[in-house]
Design a protein around this ligand. Structure first.
Ligand SMILES: [Fe+2]
Length: 387
């Protein structure tokens, strides 16, 4: 019965596929000389030095994770973010010996399920385009997820970021699920373990960029459940110890946050998911010109609360990159933080942070170093050059 329902759903989805052009979704694969084209798993590849010398006592491992579609070329429209997580590892031993390995993260949803299916099954970001994409979101996308029989917090691809927890665990993170745990053997080969539900305390997804405080042993994170729920939490001693819903507009590109010794900071910027634009075949996330960058602050010594204090930013924030942006636009100061002074510009100016670099307390200020995207003075968005 289940196989018949899957076949029927797959058949209807296949009809919708006929209205979607796969090749036009793969422009990203041609960029950077094809560096983002999926690769095969590899192990024990001896690395050679092109120039210089490896320090004699250098020992450890360099890790990165990224999307790497297991079905290639794809039969479905595929966004650069859609690939299955693949961890790449360079193991360096004392004396300069280095070897390279890469392996898929064997997530139950995308990797194992679709490996057994022999093709793509779950709805991809790349498919969310046009009328056919809208129909997929409303019908087959949800249906397929349900027919997979997998838990909602295990739907992620473990393809976005690596985490190293204070209690010594390695995570491959994706904001659609709980962290996916993996280990390394002595040679540096990655081995999948499974989704980490923190001893049964974590039942939701967390963002791809939780913050690890190796000093206190805490992990602080945000997460969301589309379309309406946004939350923040605290992990200690391997368990979720605090979790609270936050009043945050969901649909924004809330990808990263930051912590300092005393504060945990949420970031709300000008980039938002706009289904209407996606349906028209435009960008999935678009710059909301009039949406101002703002920060919500929790004091780490207190319990997380539903109401985030958005006020007090003028006293608390010293945004050096923002000051740079203001100077670039030809202004001499920040009139009111959180606002690139719309009354000065003559229009509202949005700004957006994708990833933070690091943050720290300096007296009663929080200093954040971060790339910043913003509208330029002519009103044209130039994210890539200003990042
Ligand atoms: Fe990221």
């Amino acid at each position: 019965m289940l196989s018949a329902r899957r076949a029927l759903t797959g058949c209807f989805d296949g009809v919708l596929d006929m209205f979607q052009d796969v090749s036009s979704s793969l422009g990203w694969a041609e960029k950077m000389n094809g560096a983002m084209v999926p690769v095969s798993a590899a192990e024990h590849v001896k690395m050679t030095l092109k120039s210089g010398k490896v320090p004699e006592d250098l020992s450890g491992v360099y890790l990165r994770v990224g999307p790497n579609a297991q079905h290639w070329p794809p039969k479905k429209r595929t966004h650069a973010f859609d690939g299955d997580g693949m961890v790449h590892s360079v193991r360096i031993r004392p004396g300069g010996d280095a070897s390279y390995h890469c392996r898929f993260m064997e997530t139950p949803r995308r990797y194992i399920f679709e490996k057994e299916m022999g093709s793509e099954w779950f709805l991809r970001v790349g498919e969310m385009q046009g009328i056919a994409g809208l129909l997929k979101i409303m019908t087959t996308g949800k249906k397929k997820a349900k027919l997979s029989g997998l838990e909602e917090d295990e739907m992620g691809t473990a393809n976005t970021a690596i985490g190293f927890t204070p209690d010594g665990k390695l995570w491959a993170l994706n904001e659609s699920s709980a962290p996916f745990r993996f280990t390394l053997d002595e040679a540096g080969v990655p081995h999948s373990v499974g989704f980490d539900h923190l001893q049964g305390t974590l039942k939701e997804s967390i963002s791809a960029h939780p913050k690890f405080d190796q000093r206190t042993g805490e992990i602080l994170f945000h997460g969301r459940k589309l379309p309406t729920i946004f939350y923040a939490g605290r992990i200690a001693e391997g368990k979720l110890v605090e979790r609270v819903d936050i009043d945050m507009p969901v649909g924004g590109f809330h990808h990263d946050m930051c912590i300092t010794e005393n504060y945990m900071v949420m970031i709300d910027g000008a980039m938002a998911f706009t289904p209407q634009e996606a349906i028209k075949g435009k960008q999935l996330w678009t710059f909301q010109e009039d949406k101002k960058l703002r920060f919500g602050i929790f004091h780490r010594s207190k319990k997380l609360t539903q109401e985030m204090p958005w006020s007090g930013l003028k006293q608390m924030w010293q945004l050096r990159p923002l000051a740079e942006a203001v100077r670039h636009l030809g202004f001499t100061g920040i009139a009111d933080f959180g606002v690139l002074a719309p009354e000065v510009v003559g229009r509202a100016v949005g700004a957006w942070i994708v990833h933070t670099c690091y943050a720290y307390d300096e007296g009663d200020e929080i200093v954040l170093w971060t790339p910043l995207c913003y509208y330029n003075a002519t009103g044209l968005l130039d994210v890539e050059r200003k990042c």
